[in-house]
Design a protein around this ligand. Sequence first.
Ligand SMILES: Nc1ncnc2c1ncn2[C@@H]1O[C@H](COP(=O)(O)OP(=O)(O)O)[C@@H](O)[C@H]1O
Ligand SMILES: [Mg+2]
Length: 221
Amino acid sequence: MARGKLITFEGGEGAGKSTQARLLAERLRAEGVGAVLTREPGGSAFAEQVRALILGPSTADRGALAEALLFSAARADHLERTIRPALEAGQWVICDRFSDSTRVYQGVAGGLPKAVIEALERLVVAETAPDVTVVLDLPAADGLARARSRSEPGGPGGRGSDADAFEGRPLSYHERLRDGFLMIATAEPERCVVIDALQPEAEVAQQVWAAIVARGLRQGG
Ligand SMILES: Nc1ncnc2c1ncn2[C@@H]1O[C@H](COP(=O)(O)OP(=O)(O)O)[C@@H](O)[C@H]1O
Ligand SMILES: [Mg+2]
């Protein structure tokens, strides 16, 4: 059985990560490919508990190292319980946020040294690097406006599904996040594709698919 592929969606608040992750999983399933749709923080029972702690407004005051360690603990469990077993069973895993979010939120914007982030990633992600990372890019103000207009009360795609403890930080912080994701994409062009997230949903979805086809992971169409 061929190992499945790990596809991650990254970008700022309201970029359309949850929307596009769902659309990709649906497209794969329509083609007969087993696809697991998951998210970070979360994606396993323990990691979802950590998620509630990290995104809960009452615990918003903490340092970047503590945050990075918590995200890493959640990711370790998510990888062990959900991601690696699915990949080994030949399923594709579509993940709404992953290790690039830690690089950017706790590293670039949070100020943790690159060496710390890299050490955590080596330990936790190890060989399970994403096959493709989609960076959904748009001005921070547009993303925040979209995030704030989300109507659903929770669950993937809904309000509360993203980094609520982060949403209220200043615009300059969110602009640093955007730059951080773009820097990663520039440094790792084989893995990453940057897509203009201001385009209509269907157009973004087409470009996501084209990126997967371009890497030889699926046939075009
Ligand atoms: N391409 C798009 N154009 C306009 N609105 C979009 C687009 N993609 C998503 N949205 C809307 O923007 C909001 C945020 O999308 P979402 O997928 O939850 O973003 P994220 O998960 O990146 O925070 C939702 O209300 C969603 O319906
Ligand atoms: Mg989301």
